[in-house]
Design a protein around this ligand. Structure first.
Ligand code: ZN
Ligand code: ZN
Length: 601
């Protein structure tokens, strides 16, 4: 007997024609199920299945269910085979249907999962509270409604398990409003998992402010502890918004509630502090982690130091990583090369680029080439940067051309800038800031005709400018400002402060840098436009609403203009404030009239 030699079944299992009324029946069931569960691969399973068929045991419903589930859900399983067994069952029940649906979801075959679910409903088998969480996982935007309707009809709409899955499912489809509707209706049935699902739904859709609002609401409404997934999403929200006060609250949560050390959460905490303009705090946590640090932790620290212009420090951290015996990966090297680029360490950058390939056997990706193009370009070696682009093994993408364009702007290279721009526009990325960059290269050269041609082209292609905005967190509230913002309740105070600020700046010799305003308008109007750039509004707001001497932290969505840069440097000395500005992916740390980027960004 083949089967026996493989899995040595107990002898009484092989008695054919079992009588279901036999008191031994349950016991034999167990034997049968444990044999099925004992299969280690599809061949063993096939043989056992054949045997079960031969012995007529296939009519035993528990045995059949177990066959389907094992075949659909095991790591060695096969949905095709599971389907063939499933089709032979005369009237499959919810257990078998659920197993098939779960199997398809596991295989990421959401189409078949939903089709099986519909079959289930059509054949009159009632879905249970195990069905919906799985089906909803498979839901794309279209099917959500139908399934939600059926949930209500079948009376599962007040099943917490099902409701939590609905919240998550709607979130995955980008229908956050529907997630909230289900969540709000739950009332007292809400569990930590419900909060987790609704916070995740917002986080998954980039609604970071709402994430923090929900977290705040949760801490008011329940005494239950936040689980890890909530903390992770809240930390991501803080990192995106630069909301360090909330970050600190989340940190306290981690210390109180997540027992033991968790390198992933600790790394995320470090990332949060760094992204919120607290490099030192982040690095302190990094040092405290000691031997728990992994490649990812080092990666976060290195790229963090790099983004603050600390190239030398980033290289030191990298050396420390190598000494600790960890093997760098390609992501770590992106941080290293970025560090060299931002700090103007050209020779070091070239050396590390070689070391990456030769010593660590990492083939450079387009990202690494991007770093090198940036490194050479920033340092004014623009020709070499162009040569590298021509000889690299892959097609240059928009990031590379944009980096070249930006170097040309930095070094006032009109002709090469035009080449970079032409290649960039050919990729049809329709990015307003690319056109503005070219226009500003022309503006620097006072080629006003070309400035307006570029503008007209932009308008004819219907490329809208992303409105520049800046945000600050004051008293645990994130305030966002756009340029010329008149919507804030404190607008009168803000504009009054702005006026005073400019008055004092003039004594320090500040003159607005109107070359940044690309429109052909009167000099006075240009000054007016510069005056109310969002970053300046955010600084004025912070000066009004924070204690004297306390640091100001601002995040912004588009690159800082050089007038705002000059302005902020002076404010830092006149008002004796440290000002940290996150400018997309780099940090400007203004102190005593100078900036950590050394005017190189
Ligand atoms: Zn500005
Ligand atoms: Zn700077």
């Amino acid at each position: 007997m083949v089967v026996a030699s493989i899995i040595t079944p107990p002898h009484h299992f092989f008695i054919p024609n079992d009588n279901p009324l036999d008191p031994d029946f349950t016991h034999r069931d167990q034997e049968c199920i444990s044999l099925i569960k004992g299969c280690r691969n599809i061949d063993e399973f096939r043989q056992l299945h054949g045997h079960i068929l031969k012995l007529g045991y296939f009519s035993n419903p528990r045995c059949v269910g177990s066959l389907v589930a094992e075949c659909a859900l095991s790591a060695w399983g096969s949905m095709e085979y599971a389907q063939s067994i499933f089709r032979q069952i005369d009237d499959p029940g919810s257990f078998e249907f659920n197993a098939m649906i779960r199997g398809y979801v596991k295989d990421m075959n959401s189409k078949r999962a939903l089709a099986t679910y519909l079959d289930m409903v059509k054949t009159g088998v009632a879905p249970d509270n195990y069905t919906y969480p799985v089906v909803l996982k498979a839901c794309a935007s279209g099917e959500g409604n139908t399934i939600h309707g059926q949930i209500v009809k079948l009376g599962f709409s007040e099943d917490v398990f099902v409701e939590n899955s609905l919240i998550a499912a709607y979130g995955r489809c980008g229908r956050v409003g529907d997630s909230c509707a289900v969540f709000d209706r739950m009332d007292l049935r809400k569990t930590v998992a419900s909060w987790s699902a609704v916070i995740a739904a917002h986080a998954g859709n980039g609604m970071w402010t709402e994430c923090l609002d929900l977290f705040r609401q949760m801490s008011f409404e329940t005494s239950s502890r936040a689980e890890e997934s909530i903390v992770v999403n809240v930390l991501s929200a803080c990192s995106h918004l630069g909301a360090v006060e909330w970050g600190r609250i989340a940190h306290a949560y981690v210390l109180r509630n997540l027992l033991g050390h968790n390198a992933a959460v600790e790394t995320l905490l470090i990332y949060m502090y760094i992204r919120c303009g607290r490099l030192e705090k982040g690095m302190r946590l990094f040092r405290e982690m000691g031997r728990r640090r992994n490649v990812e932790t080092y990666s976060v620290a290195i790229s963090g130091q790099a983004s603050y212009g600390g190239g030398v420090e980033a290289l030191e951290t990298f050396d420390e990583m190598l000494r600790s015996g960890l093997e760098p990966d390609d992501v770590v090297y992106v941080g290293v090369l970025n560090g060299c680029s931002r700090a103007g360490l050209v020779d070091e950058g070239l050396r590390y680029f070689d070391r990456m390939r030769i010593e660590h056997g990492i083939e450079p990706t387009i990202q690494h080439y991007g770093c090198m193009v940036d490194l050479l370009g920033r340092a004014g070696r623009i020709r070499e940067a162009f040569d590298l682009v021509e000889t690299m093994p892959m097609k240059p993408n928009n990031v590379i051309w944009r980096s070249l364009l930006s170097s040309c702007k930095l070094h006032r290279e009109v002709a090469l800038g035009e080449v970079a721009a032409r290649n960039l526009f050919r990729l049809n990325t329709k990015n307003a800031s690319d056109y503005l960059m070219l226009a500003s290269i022309y503006a620097q050269a006072e080629r006003w005709m070309d400035v307006s041609k570029t503008r007209v082209k932009m308008a004819s292609m219907r490329i809208g400018q992303v409105p520049g905005s800046s945000w600050v967190e004051v008293n645990k509230k994130v305030q966002r400002f756009v340029s010329n913002d008149m919507s804030h309740p404190q607008r009168h105070e803000i504009y009054e402060t702005l006026h005073q600020m400019e008055w004092q700046l003039r004594f320090e010799g500040y003159r607005p840098d109107t070359s940044q305003v690309l429109l052909l308008v009167e000099e006075d109007e240009k000054k007016q436009r510069l005056r109310s750039h969002s970053q300046k509004l955010a600084i004025a707001f912070s000066l009004i609403n924070t204690l004297q001497g306390s640091p100001i932290r601002i995040a912004r969505n588009v690159r800082m203009c050089s007038d705002c840069h000059k302005y902020t440097k002076l404010i830092s000395v006149i008002y004796e404030r440290e000002i940290v500005v996150r400018d997309r992916n780099i940090f400007h740390h203004f102190r005593d009239g100078s900036c950590s980027c050394k005017d190189y960004w």
